[in-house]
Write a protein that binds this ligand. Structure first.
Ligand SMILES: Cc1cc2nc3c(=O)[nH]c(=O)nc-3n(C[C@H](O)[C@H](O)[C@H](O)COP(=O)(O)OP(=O)(O)OC[C@H]3O[C@@H](n4cnc5c(N)ncnc54)[C@H](O)[C@@H]3O)c2cc1C
Ligand SMILES: Cc1cc2nc3c(=O)[nH]c(=O)nc-3n(C[C@H](O)[C@H](O)[C@H](O)COP(=O)(O)O)c2cc1C
Length: 579
């Protein structure tokens, strides 16, 4: 950075101060300063000749393309746009759901932010874009400059597979990689912000693609505020009190499904049916102390607190095993991290098993560094604000299993299940504009869910009842046994009586010798379903991807035709919220 000359029109002490600030400023800060001074002059009516730092006369177009399932990539794309706009880019955000590879050819300068789902698959709404990009007839991308941010979770075997594949493909098609891809785990927020800043600086330093230069009026640079984006997020959650909680399963059930009500009557807290609520969980204190005892740190109370709220102490990821092997210098641990052994070792083990089986003493810092930050968990909102003003309801299935002689509990679900009335849990709203009731409330809706997948449909029906929607509604619900597992049974019966719910079809898989699931009910009702769809119905599926949603997708394809189902998806009339 060039220092201000002594002849600059400032007293010596100010020159020194300015040099101190400017020399240390990042590209973003320098650009902001330049824009700020230009803005001050514009506001004071200064002429161009009076301006100490001329504002840019041109700005460069930038497209931020994202592929997202639960909104993390979308959120990062919106934040990146805000940063880019502050830097003077003419930046726009594009959902892969609405894009084709041709859009990249036109865009020229592109940041791609892509999440990975399923078992290394693209997010469902990005699937068509992804397929076209990978196809033999994908367009050449000569002259396109790009950088890819891949989002994923190191607990999955195919970490960041989608972002990796897109990055490679853009290069193969002739695009120019302006910076190396970054692969981010669940603690992506700050790393993504730093990466975005550095990438924008690279795009800024590079000569803009001729087609991308736009002449601008500096005052017109928009300050993007996204009204859809929540004020509260994982970094800034609401401490909400539990006003009620009850296990909805009858005694003798193999499931434990908790209905929780939170008092959320605070300014700024709002949600729509279809949104998810992020829960900041806490670890089981007993597991924390077992872990600390194992590594010889049992007496460290501060560390126990840090691990309870801040670190993931259960999920065994490959990077964690690799780091433990390096830290301890143990070849036997390194062998577990090998690709052919890791998956089977980690399938039913957790961090505590590794640390017990290959026991070593660790320092507090070594242990903390080994563990990744504890990520929040999402739960579909199960209430409508129209029916429960100032409240937020969730339906949480307690995850519990047994392996290698230990009782295991899902971190967030078991934490929630063990709460009492009056306890406080940290929450934030995760909007999902891709799982929404039809704007036209006269449209019929078909809702298909099993187990906790019924949660958003409770919100849907409460909302439609509150607004006295004229459209018909049909719920397919699946669980194991009628007597113990019919979640919200009395409420559905009331909604049937009032007419808010028109049809209810249930599948209780274990009430008869042969297994019956929701997909069987869909097949049995094929004619009626086709009728509803031709009357304009929107179809919603929520719940477990592997145990239900895949089979439901196939059943719907059989009933309606695969192409017709694709058309419904593209028209926003087939929406899924699966996990
Ligand atoms: C958009 C979205 C909406 C969701 N909505 C809901 C909802 O409404 N209700 C709901 O209950 N959940 C919902 N979930 C799931 C929820 O977010 C959590 O994933 C779930 O509660 C488990 O979290 P946990 O912290 O309790 O368990 P974790 O501590 O995260 O443990 C779960 C992990 O344990 C392992 N595991 C589980 N069972 C076994 C077993 N038998 N053997 C070996 N390993 C096993 C698996 O790796 C599993 O991923 C939703 C998820 C998403 C993404
Ligand atoms: C059911 C499920 C499957 C997932 N599969 C993968 C995977 O195969 N590889 C990976 O790296 N991440 C995987 N993830 C993690 C997501 O990529 C990660 O949560 C990401 O932040 C989601 O971004 P999004 O909100 O933009 O969709 C999976 C997450 C869930 C809940």
């Amino acid at each position: 950075m060039t220092a201000l000359p002594k002849s600059a029109p400032f007293p010596a002490d100010q020159i020194e101060t300015l040099n101190t600030i400017v020399a240390r400023a990042t590209p973003l800060q320098r650009s902001w300063l330049s824009g700020f001074l230009a803005g001050v002059d514009a506001a004071n009516g200064a002429t161009a000749s009076q301006q100490p730092l001329a504002p840019p006369r041109v700005k460069s177009k930038l497209t931020i393309l994202y592929g997202s399932e639960t909104g993390n990539s979308e959120g990062l794309a919106l934040k990146a746009r805000k940063t880019a706009q502050k830097l003077g880019f003419d930046a726009k955000v594009l959902d892969m759901a609405d894009a084709t590879p041709q859009a990249l050819v036109a865009a020229k300068d592109v940041i791609v932010i892509a999440a990975t789902w399923g078992e290394g698959d693209p997010p469902q709404r990005a699937a068509t874009f992804y397929k076209s990009l990978m196809a033999d007839n994908a367009p050449r991308l000569d002259g396109v400059r790009f950088a890819v941010l891949a989002l994923g979770d190191t607990a999955y075997a195919n970490f960041c597979a989608t972002g990796r594949a897109i990055d490679e493909r853009l290069g193969v098609l002739g695009g120019l990689r302006i910076a190396d891809r970054i692969d981010l785990d669940l603690d992506f927020s700050q790393k993504a912000a730093a990466w975005t800043e550095s990438i924008l600086a690279k795009f800024q330093l590079a000569e803009p693609a001729a087609a991308n230069i736009v002449h601008i009026d500096f005052k017109a640079v928009p300050q993007a505020d996204d009204p859809e984006w929540p004020l509260l997020d994982a970094e800034n959650p609401l401490a909400a009190e539990i006003s009620d909680l009850v296990n909805l399963n009858g005694s003798g059930s193999s499931s434990e499904t908790w209905h929780l009500e939170f008092a959320t009557d605070v300014p700024g807290w709002t949600y729509a049916p279809g949104d998810a609520i992020g829960v900041i969980p806490e670890n089981d204190p007993e597991l924390v102390s077992a872990l600390l005892d194992t590594v010889g740190l049992g007496a460290d109370v501060t560390l126990a607190q840090q691990l309870t709220t801040g670190r993931e102490i259960t999920t065994l990821t490959r990077p964690l095993v690799q780091a433990y092997a390096k830290l301890t210098g143990r070849a036997d641990v390194e062998a577990i991290a090998s690709p052919d052994r890791f998956a089977s070792y980690a399938a039913d083990r957790q961090v505590i098993d590794l640390l017990c089986e290959y026991r070593e003493r660790l320092s507090a810092q070594q242990l903390v560094d080994l563990l990744r930050p504890l990520p929040p968990r999402l739960y579909s909102v199960a209430s409508s604000l129209a029916a429960h003003q100032g409240e937020t309801h969730l339906l949480v299935g307690a995850v519990r299993w047994q392996s290698h002689g230990r009782a295991r509990n899902g971190v967030a679900s078991a934490h929630l299940a063990s709460r009492k009335r009056g306890d406080v849990v940290k929450l934030y709203v995760k909007p999902n504009r891709h799982f929404r009731l039809p704007a036209d409330s006269t449209r019929p809706i078909v809702m298909i869910g099993a187990g906790t997948g019924i949660a958003p449909f409770r919100a849907f029906i409460e909302e439609r009842a509150a607004i006295e929607a004229k459209g018909k509604s049909w719920l397919f619900f699946g669980a194991r046994n009628f007597t113990t597992d019919f979640l919200y049974q009395l409420e559905w019966q009331d909604h049937l009586t009032s007419g808010a719910l028109t049809n209810l079809d249930v599948a209780f898989s274990r009430d008869q010798p042969e297994k019956i699931y929701v997909q069987h009910r869909i097949a049995e009702n094929a004619d009626a379903l086709r009728g509803w769809v031709s009357d304009g119905a929107h179809i919603y599926v929520c719940g477990d991807e592997k145990a239900m949603a895949r089979d439901v997708d196939k059943a719907l394809g059989d009933v309606l035709g695969v192409e017709a189902l694709d058309d419904l998806r593209n028209a926003g009339r087939y929406q899924r919220d699966v996990y």
